[in-house]
Design a protein around this ligand. Sequence first.
Ligand SMILES: *[C@@H]1O[C@H](CO)[C@@H](O)[C@H](O)[C@H]1NC(C)=O
Ligand SMILES: *[C@@H]1O[C@H](CO)[C@@H](O)[C@H](O)[C@H]1NC(C)=O
Ligand SMILES: *[C@@H]1O[C@H](CO)[C@@H](O)[C@H](O)[C@H]1NC(C)=O
Length: 406
Amino acid sequence: MARSVLGVLAFLLSFYYQIPAQLAVGLTGNASFRLRPPNDTLCAHLIRPAGYHCSEHTVQTKDGYLLALQRVSSSRAGDMKEQRGPPVLLQHGLFMGGDVWFLDSSEQSLGFILADNGFDVWVGNVRGTRWSHGHICLSEKDKEFWDWSWQELALYDLTDMICYINSITNTKIFVVGHSQGTIMSLAAFTQPDVVEMVEAAALLSPISYLEHITAPFVLRMVNMHLDQMILAMGIHQLNFRSEWGVNLLDSICDGHVDCNDLLNTITGKNCCFNNSRVDFYLEYVPHPSSSKNLRHLFQMIRKGTFSKYDYGLFKNLKLYGQPKPPVFDLGHIPKSLPLWMAYGGSDDLADVMDVQHTLKELQCKPELLYLESYGHVDFVLSVNAKKDLYDHMILFFRSWGKSSSF
Ligand SMILES: *[C@@H]1O[C@H](CO)[C@@H](O)[C@H](O)[C@H]1NC(C)=O
Ligand SMILES: *[C@@H]1O[C@H](CO)[C@@H](O)[C@H](O)[C@H]1NC(C)=O
Ligand SMILES: *[C@@H]1O[C@H](CO)[C@@H](O)[C@H](O)[C@H]1NC(C)=O
């Protein structure tokens, strides 16, 4: 183990000392998102070509990030823009973007299926992803641009997107989260003013605790303290599309973890996504995230806590007024908020024991759907997901929706 850690460190150092300028470009690209051509949007790439109405919205967060939200409706349902169905926000997971709800056919992908069922579909995209629009004053090249973890994604990005949709539709909204999207949702729902705007939520691969994570590749990165190494090197953006990112994955795999099947090594064995579409999926995923976010997730794995970011004793005292970061108390999520959760027997990231820990701390009893053969990615990309889980989710939403017209 020690030798391999040195190997990765040597790899990082060699890049750092040889070509820092190229490294910076490789990590961040040099194109500003705001210079993107107008047709390089999620609506233009995946949603309008499939024959759906799609409009682009920009939400400015309290801390100045400009997020893209897409609003999608079905054209099959006729032109009934005046009476849209209930709003539902789709919140993607780590290294993913809003595209993940639209990567298979319109009969298979949740975004299209919800629109065809009359929902007013809103697609969230967090800061740093390909579809987000940057920041009012920071550039992606600034390390401050990447100074956030899922804590900010929950308390700013998700909260501000929910407020925005609520202010436009004047209706309580349904929330669907996957993976990190469920971490964000559960943390945000501990805030009473957020819950007031939410009708009900469906959580796919629900995560709050990460104590029992089994994915060998992830555990290897945790044990070699990759998060600290990367931050110590002054690398703030985590982009596995860059040459640097690809090489880093190689050096972690090198002889220690079977990475022939890298995805399954990270997420657990996925039963049901369409292997012949992998190249197409890879045109969109993975999206970048921040090194600080990785660090926060690794803190959760190491400590078994569901807390704010741990800055160490002194900065914790200064920022939080206490030596340890404050916890997100799942007991603060009101009993009155209807929750539905789907989890998988083959999911190495949302371990069944950790899901049970989450359930024990909630006041309410969520409706549960257990899918023995599902891995982490099946919840968004399984070709059978409609019958296995989306139809159940829609029944759940209908049982809580105020409007009977959908
Ligand atoms: C990006 O880099 C290329 C090549 O180095 C340069 O020609 C271009 O002007 C740069 N664009 C921006 C927006 O900095
Ligand atoms: C956007 O426009 C450019 C130039 O007209 C074209 O080459 C590209 O294929 C278009 N992209 C999409 C997603 O429509
Ligand atoms: C898998 O993807 C291919 C290529 O897009 C498509 O032709 C095929 O119908 C898909 N299979 C299933 C089971 O959806």
